[in-house]
Design a protein around this ligand. Sequence first.
Ligand code: ATP
Ligand code: MG
Length: 847
Amino acid sequence: MVQFKNVFTGQEARNYTKATTSQKSLRAGGKHNDLENVGYTARHHTFFEMLGNFSFGDYFKEEAIYHTWTLLTQEFAIAKEKLYVTVYHTDEEAASYWKKIANLSDNRIIRIKTNDNFWSMGDIGPCGPCSEVFYDHGDHIKGGLPGTREQDGDRFIEIWNMVFMQFEQLDANTRIELPNKSIDTGMGLERISAVMQNVHDNYEIDLFKEIIDYTEHIVKVKAEGNAQFSYRVIADHLRACAFLISDGIIPSNEGRGYVLRRIMRRSIRHAHILGSTEPLMHRLLPKLVELMGNAYPELKRAEDFISNILEQEELRFKLTLERGLKLLDEELIHAQPNSFLSGEVAFKLYDTYGFPIDLTEEILKNKQVSIELESFNNKMQEQKERARKSWKGSNEAKTDKIWFELHATFGSTEFLGYTLNQLEGKVLALIKSNTLVNSVERLKDKFLLISNQTPFYGEAGGQMGDIGFIRTANCTIKVIDTLKYIGGIIAHVCILERGEGIKIGDNADFTIDVQYRQNLKIHHSATHILHAVLHQTLGKHVTQKGSLVAHDRLRFDISHMSSLTEEQIILIEEKVNQIIRENSKVTTTLMSTQDAIQSGAVALFGEKYDSEVRVVSMGSNVINGKAYSLELCGGTHVTRTGDIGVFKIISEYAIAAGIRRIEAVCGEFVLKLMKHNDSILDNLSSILKTNRDVLTDKVKELVSSKKELTEQIMALQISMLDLDEKQIILDSLEISGIKLIYKLVKNIDNKILRLSAEQISNKCNDLVIVYINKASKLSVTVAVSKEIINKVHAGNLAKSISIFLGGSGGGGQANIAQAGGVDTSKINLLPNKIKDLLTDLMNLSLQ
Ligand code: ATP
Ligand code: MG
């Protein structure tokens, strides 16, 4: 017994030298594995109760044999003729005590040469010869004495094993005598019960009979023939699973969690064989708790938890079990005894349908077919490689390495959020600042948390990640986003809100924000309907170029050359809403990618799909009876289209050549939008002091009166410039045959100056007008009559004036231009400067 190892060698002392135990034992993996015996023999369980007595340097061989014999033959009153014993072939001492104490004849003391009768914990450590007691269940049962070829039969059943711990193995070649010789024994409670209850078979003892009867009552198939075999497996595995889960182990794809999953899936298959369509195991649990809950209160304490896990796992495996079995049946139609199942098929069963390899082996056993294990293992290796290669990379070598490591160690995270909003999961890894850490303790710290399973959807396929809470007895963690990494690892983006912190190995309650998820769902399902409607209204050329499903809006990019017309948008909106109102059921089916595409499901070009895909369908299409929308999709969806409520497009625009983006909102967000629009209208009504119905007329009126007023103001301002045309000509300066009007004004709208200058220059010949407007800055307006623009370019002149006034130049057309200036001190010099400039220009044009 492992926990006493150092006591046997004397390294550790306890305040007692003798002990008796009752131990929960599990033999379903590692050194002891009886999983595949369960159901086939009368004596094996995965989980059983082992009774033992121990001596640590106290009593030894003689006394141990004496106690065993006395208990069996006197206390339990088992007939001596029914018992046989074995000893290790060199252990004369043990043989002589059996003779002396039990008075057994030589043919009842069987000497065994093999390691079956020499116990050791490993390559080194305490060890010693064994002596076992066998019970003869009678010659009507097949089987031979230990050491014979028929020893594995169920006639002679080992009920008790004693280990005489007298040596210590130091290395491969050195074995020393232990100073304090010890005793370690084990007797299976179920096997001794069978003897005491006068039944041959462990599965006929009271406890198992009650479980099997109860199951029979629920399943309603007689527990006889082949069915009996399934009943036994179910009863045994129910115990094993319940006890493992009560110890905090939950099904997963690694370590102890996988030992549990293998047992669970084996029993689920047998429930399936018995024809049970609904999950069965969790319905049997109350009976087990009734029978064993008093002796093991942990079963009572964890009953709800166990029940939940049993049901979840069964629901999940049921999804793929039947199709996996079908595949296997097809493969086996022509299989001959002693042939092999290809490793590829075994891998597909494992990878796609969740069949643990030993489950496939068990199914094949009856047909005498084995698995090509080598090619199976190669496939497993290839899968790891593929995952590594398909990882696009986060461009951060350090983080990439972490995800590879996590994927190699734990595989992908189980996403259970299609059916569950809340579950118990186990923390497998924590990442803070791109580094794996064992725990997170500081409040407000941000980190990533990876668990074996989760209801949180990791951002993928356009759908954003979930938010929610992760809680343990010691802390509350807020999940602000959920991401998906290589090979399907789901990482919760967390902030430690309250409590002492979290560490690897903690069990926690994972709860998503249900309302947030519901909003993600409605926007996702609406996206599918929109996609189908776009196909129908715009044409088959429309393909999805991108999609975003957030909780408060959706965005859908399509390939389409022109912008959508107002009528098209209204039509699309109406059709989407019509399908929503049909309120048809949204169904999700798992199928092979090939079948899915054949059924007409829309697959995205260039997207990689697993060999098994989810196909989401919604809406009924009257024309060909098929679903209106049929898409391959891993996202989460509403139950009925009516759940979406209402759909409203809020914008449509181009994001690249030939790609249009449609943005829309659904459900309560349409209401929000309406409220927002309402309040705008209300504000307008109150500002304009009118009711909504006449708002449009009122605004039209305002716009036209504004236009009128602007025109009036302009006219007024022009008149204020005091520029009578005749007067202008009189005021103009003659320079080299052209007329110049120069005017300095203050704070006049430049637009008006431009208008005025343009008007006058159009009416008069050979005229150059220059306005300098003095406002917060200086501005220059130059206009030139058409006949002379080849001599005086308004733009160039404005530029020269602007530079003279410290401005940056600017320019404009040949007949009208505006520019700026800053230096007011130059204004006095300006008239002469302009004259000079014009003179130069005219001289130039004469040359
Ligand atoms: P067997 O050869 O029948 O499998 P074992 O040699 O594996 O038995 P031990 O390892 O000596 O058994 O275990 C000690 C005792 O525990 C056994 O004598 C038996 O009473 C009980 N026991 C062992 N394995 C199982 C099992 N799978 N189910 C029920 N009881 C068991
Ligand atoms: Mg065994």
